[in-house]
Design a protein around this ligand. Sequence first.
Ligand code: FE2
Ligand code: FE2
Length: 250
Amino acid sequence: MSENIDTTKAVEIADGVYWIGFYDKGAGFHCNPYLIVDGDEAVLIEPGSVPHFPMVLSKLCRLIPFEKITKILVSHQDPDLCAGIPKFEELVYGCGGKLEIVTHSRASVLIAHYGIRSPFYQVDQNDWKLTLKSGRELTFIFSPYLHFPGAFMTYDSKTKILFSGDLFGAFSFDWNLYANEYYTEAMKAFHENYMPGNRILRAAMDKLDSFDISMIASQHGSIINRDVKKYIDTLRDLDCGDYVFTPGQD
Ligand SMILES: [Fe+2]
Ligand SMILES: [Fe+2]
């Protein structure tokens, strides 16, 4: 890690939006949970796994009383972002709060297997948007098969941040909170392995052209806070689905 940012604390990446992950030394696959604080409510995004729970909790507990968290938003069903949901539910319900799990209907049938107790807010059944109490709007951008059939990205109208789920993530042992000059190659390697093909990836990138994006906050790798268009164009043109060509398996 080469930047001068104290990642032992939550990092405010935009007004009222916090990165609440941790520096996972030695891991090539960093996970990034986020928190949006909006007036007297908060949205927890991609909260994380069971082993990551204590570190995420240590950030979260200094930011907001647990009962203010009204939504947990997850871009798909993988354990690295969802397995800790029941633990976060205990905090919120234990403090007298109530939660909804915001996700796609295809993910909700799988997330139920983590043993959660909250109702789902299914983005595909709610016109692909969610309006918070303040009027702030979160818009959901369907990114099917990247890498799950019900995957989606979330655009925050207030900060213009795109919470991109696994898209724009990266494998890298030299992790930084914000993308540096090496990030493009790390991002490409991740997508070549994880995403199924250029036609599908291109379709999702084309949808982003109509959004004014200030920053891309992925669930893995680094936050892209400059040259956003360059990274979108890189993925638009990327060939992926590399495992199709695994020697002896093709
Ligand atoms: Fe995933
Ligand atoms: Fe992931």
